[in-house]
Design a protein around this ligand. Structure first.
Ligand SMILES: NC(=O)c1ccc[n+]([C@@H]2O[C@H](COP(=O)([O-])OP(=O)(O)OC[C@H]3O[C@@H](n4cnc5c(N)ncnc54)[C@H](O)[C@@H]3O)[C@@H](O)[C@H]2O)c1
Ligand SMILES: [Zn+2]
Length: 356
């Protein structure tokens, strides 16, 4: 990830947890550290990480939160501050985020704010966190009023994505993460999208060499966008392809009914249909997108969500300029535009057309 003096490496490969201690030492990260994880991930992977950190001369303490989105809240954060103080973390100490996006966002925000900011390393263990949340420096927690309302931009010192950790990831979580991978093809790389189409079964079979390439290409695309627009002044918005409606689906259907990637799958099909109606995207491309997402076991509609409820939720989306929602629309697979306004009647008709 190329960000001037805050540039960092994204390590992707198999058996990388074994190198975690050495990678940290190599970056000058030594001494006390808090390894933040969740119960599911800690049970499977924390021993190895802590052992490797100790062997490399660090002094790790494990701080585990319950699995799930509900842990991205200030009560958990306060408990982590307490554990950091209790373990004696100083300015020179560091945090390790071992888990999915929930742990990454929470531990990243802890690192961003503890002692006005200490260093941290991301060890993502889900597809979503490997290709999205661990890269780019957005950290934060939720409030009862909404997701990610409190946060900071705080870049990690390294990202260590060990494909071996995916062996324990439940199938539904794995498939959900693939929605973000497909998104990268749509927004930036037609050849990558084609590769996903031709090797979909091998991706689903978690074939390691292929996964490594797929995750690396996804990270590259995200890093390239973030490098050009770290704080979301403009271009970074393209990463939100499918997310305007996707976020609304998550909320209206109540969080947890749809996993994030499942909601984004529907949101991307919606955005593609709108792109075909209002712009240049051929219907054949919409069909390809729908088909690929369906092979990955992802939904193309959310019949339980009525348009008026979705529209009301979109109205309060923090990314709107004035009260009008802006959409990311595709001209072709591999190329999108952001900041597009769309007529209300088109939005509603397209939504109602999906639900059948
Ligand atoms: N900061 C960003 O730029 C950014 C980007 C995208 C998403 N996010 C955030 O990420 C979060 C979603 O992340 P997620 O999809 O990784 O969810 P998650 O962290 O909740 O992980 C999903 C589930 O899988 C379990 N799990 C994780 N890794 C495992 C493994 N290797 N083996 C067994 N179980 C495992 C977890 O315990 C959890 O139950 C959301 O809070 C979202 O807001 C942030
Ligand atoms: Zn997303």
């Amino acid at each position: 990830m190329d960000l001037g003096d805050r540039t960092y490496l994204i390590h992707i490969g198999s058996s990388l947890l074994a190198d975690a201690g050495e990678i940290c030492v190599g970056l000058g990260l030594a001494g006390k550290c808090l390894v933040v994880s969740d119960t599911a991930v800690a049970g499977a992977h924390a021993d190895e990480v802590c052992t490797r950190l100790s062997a490399a001369g660090s002094d790790p303490r494990l701080a585990s939160v319950p699995s799930g989105e509900n842990s991205k809240r200030h009560e958990q954060l306060l408990s982590l501050y307490d554990q950091a103080v209790d373990h004696g973390l100083e300015r020179s100490s560091f945090v390790v985020a071992l888990g999915g996006g929930v742990v990454g966002d929470l531990a990243g925000y802890l690192a961003a704010t503890y002692l006005r900011g200490i260093r941290y390393v991301q060890i993502p263990t889900t597809i979503v966190s490997m290709v999205d949340s661990a890269v780019g420096g957005k950290t934060g927690i939720n409030m009862p009023e909404g997701k990610n309302l409190i946060g900071a931009f705080w870049q990690p010192h390294a990202v260590i994505a060990d494909l071996g950790t995916l062996d324990t990831l439940p199938a539904r979580e794995f498939r959900s993460g693939l929605a973000e991978v497909v998104k990268y093809g749509v927004i930036a790389d037609a050849a990558f999208f084609e590769r996903l189409e031709s090797e979909a079964e091998a991706v689903l079979g978690r074939e390691k060499v292929l996964l490594e390439e797929v995750i690396a290409r996804s990270c590259e695309i995200k890093a390239d966008v973030v490098r050009q627009d770290e704080r979301e002044g403009g271009l970074r918005a393209i990463l939100n392809f499918g997310h305007t409606v996707g976020h609304a689906i998550e909320k209206v259907a109540r969080y947890g009914t749809f996993l994030h990637g499942e909601a984004i799958s529907v949101g991307m099909i919606f955005a593609a249909e709108v792109s075909a109606r209002c712009g240049a995207l051929p219907m054949a491309s919409v069909d390809r997108l729908r088909n690929l997402l369906s092979i990955f076991g992802l939904p193309s509609s959310a019949p339980s969500c009525e348009w008026p409820a979705l529209r009301a939720t979109i109205r309060v989306d923090k990314k709107n300029v004035d009260a009008n929602p802006r959409f990311v629309l595709a001209d072709s697979i591999g190329h999108v535009r952001f900041g597009c306004e769309v007529e209300e009647s088109v939005l509603e008709e397209v939504w109602n057309g999906l639900g059948k």
